[in-house]
Design a protein around this ligand. Structure first.
Ligand SMILES: [Zn+2]
Length: 246
């Protein structure tokens, strides 16, 4: 999206900045706000315009309008995606292994920011995001650009039989199931390629392959710079994705 840097600003905040999680949000509110202040300053944006929902691994995508003041966590329940066509509204989500999906439509000048963890991926929040962008703003999927940030990749996302079975049942007819679920050599372990699922969904929804841009970064393999719940468990901080029309 660099070619649109006069239209849209976006960032992914690395360690040591911690943007808090649902459990510790209230006690760490000042620290998190201060971190938003830092990153917004470096982007030339104002932290009072940050929209940060209370993420719950849903497939709920919320539209941000002008009349809404900037909101922060508990004010905005059970939302895992934000979309807007308004300038200076900073859409922000937090992550530790889950997949950030940034959307930009250069024709309609509309943005989206999506939190697609394995549960959100299973619930197809990417499909819901494209549907809402079409419905609310008349976006043509062919124009949409989607950037995929860092997340726990197939190298590191080992799952148990029950999760493997869920994904198999749901995505068995995509034609890609043998790449979506990878078995270890001894067949005792399974790995899921959630990024491939998102790519399959985005293409099914009409996005052009060349407009799906993958950072290729894994949170587990780059744990020195990125928070990973898989590695750090309850102690893990949260990275943050931000996107804003200017
Ligand atoms: Zn990895």
């Amino acid at each position: 999206m660099l070619e649109y840097s006069d239209k849209v600003k976006h960032a992914y905040a690395l360690k040591p900045l911690d943007f808090g999680n649902n459990a510790n949000m209230e006690e760490r509110r000042n620290e998190v706000l201060n971190n938003y202040k830092k990153i917004c300053k470096s982007l030339g944006l104002e932290e009072k315009n940050v929209y940060r929902p209370y993420q719950m691994h849903t497939s709920c995508v919320k539209k941000i309008d002008n009349e809404m003041p900037g909101i922060f966590t508990k004010d905005f329940q059970d939302v895992d995606g934000l979309i807007t066509d308004k300038k200076e509204k900073i859409l922000s989500l937090s992550f530790a292994d889950c997949t950030p999906l940034y959307f930009y439509d250069p024709v309609k000048n509309v943005i989206g920011n999506i939190h697609s963890g394995w549960q959100g991926t299973y619930k197809e929040i990417a499909r819901e995001a494209v549907r809402r962008l079409k419905e609310e703003y008349g976006c043509n999927p062919k124009d949409l650009i989607c950037c995929i940030g860092p997340y726990i990749r197939k190298c590191s996302f080992e799952v148990d039989e029950d999760v493997k079975d869920m994904f198999f049942e749901k995505f068995r007819n995509t034609g890609k199931i043998d790449e979506i679920i990878i078995k270890s050599e001894n067949n005792f372990k399974y790995y899921i390629d959630t990024g491939l699922i998102n790519k399959v969904i985005l293409k099914e929804e009409g996005l052009d392959e060349k407009n799906i841009i993958d950072s290729k970064a894994c949170t587990v393999c780059n744990n020195n710079k990125l928070y990973s719940y898989r590695i750090e468990k309850e102690k893990s901080g949260r990275n943050s994705s931000l996107i804003c029309l200017i």
